[in-house]
Design a protein around this ligand. Structure first.
Ligand SMILES: O=c1ccn([C@@H]2O[C@H](COP(=O)(O)O)[C@@H](O)[C@H]2O)c(=O)[nH]1
Length: 291
């Protein structure tokens, strides 16, 4: 049986739980005392390092949302690069949330940019709306066993209904078609853990289809956003998992800004840890209650 990066993620979930810490680090989220005397780049890196150190043993992985870094230009991208480097030094699993989608020639360059070099990540997110030839250039990296992708299938936002929920002539919704195509592509890469490294982004905010999607895409590992700040709850998430594995659940603002709930900016990292543990334990409990 082949070994792919998805086994490492599966094992981390077994060990640390399903929480994916979202490093959507906006400058506004960083407490003033940490910004004093530091450049924006250094403040972001310092904030991220402290969040990473505080949550490493209670997180399955870290999702770094590139938009927050790109928005600050070169300085932001340097902070992005340094954050990824720190995560790698800690042997943390990195999901780069870059949501790319383009013609194959360009996709090849995106693959090189985010699977090697300064911005190297373990997994990246992709948008499938230009078709499967926009996904294929990433597959040689997946085939090495060291890289994986999460493709948008059914997203967490309200606007998901505008396109993803449209009925197709095959009497399936668009997101079913996307998921089915990825399952087909993934079947050559099913790994020891039972999943393939061609994961899907499935938001936990449309709870009606949780069980159906879990059953239909049974070998697909899910990246599940929408928890906390977008309203997703542990009971909702539990349905997208298989015995508490088969997916990671992202929370970005919920974890990074936990200190605001406790009015304790000095200990923002401790508050982030407590929030990640609470989230992990609530999801574990909800999984137990499903049985
Ligand atoms: O369907 C999707 C796909 C991606 N996202 C991303 O996840 C985080 C969510 O942040 P929160 O602060 O926990 O709401 C963010 O990076 C989004 O770009 C998503 O929300 N939904």
């Amino acid at each position: 049986m082949n070994k792919y990066i998805i086994d490492k993620l599966f094992d981390r979930v077994e060990k640390n739980g399903v929480v994916c810490v979202g490093l959507d680090t906006s400058l506004d989220y960083i407490p003033e005392f940490l910004k004093e005397g530091r450049s924006s780049e250094d403040a972001i890196v310092e904030f991220n390092k402290r969040i990473i150190d505080a949550t490493l043993d209670v997180a399955a992985c870290f999702k770094v949302q590139i938009a927050y870094y790109e928005a600050l230009g070169i300085e932001g991208l340097l902070a992005y690069k340094r954050t990824l480097k720190y995560l790698r030094e800690k042997d943390a699993i990195i999901i780069a949330d870059i949501k790319r989608g383009d013609i194959a020639a360009t996709a090849k360059m995106y693959a090189k940019a985010h699977f090697t070099g300064d911005f190297e990540a373990d997994f990246i997110t992709l948008s499938p709306y230009m078709g499967m030839d926009s996904i294929e250039p990433y597959i040689p990296y997946v085939a090495t066993g060291e890289k994986g992708i999460f493709t948008l299938i059914r997203t967490s936002n309200k606007g998901a209904e505008d396109i993803e929920y449209l009925d197709t002539t095959e009497h399936k919704k668009v997101y079913h078609v996307v998921g089915d195509k990825l399952m087909e592509l993934g079947k050559d890469f099913v790994s020891s853990c039972g999943y393939h490294p061609l994961g899907g982004v499935i938001g936990c905010t449309h709870i009606e289809e949780g069980k159906e999607l879990r059953k239909r895409f049974n070998k697909m590992f899910f990246l599940i956003p929408g928890y906390g700040a977008q309203g997703g709850k542990a009971e909702d998430v539990a349905m997208y998992l298989n015995n508490g594995n088969g997916g990671v659940v992202n929370s970005s603002r919920g974890i990074l800004l936990a200190y605001k709930k406790h009015n304790n900016e000095k200990e923002f990292d401790k508050c982030a840890r407590a929030e990640a543990i609470k989230m992990r334990d609530e999801i574990r409990e909800a999984v137990r209650n499903l049985k």
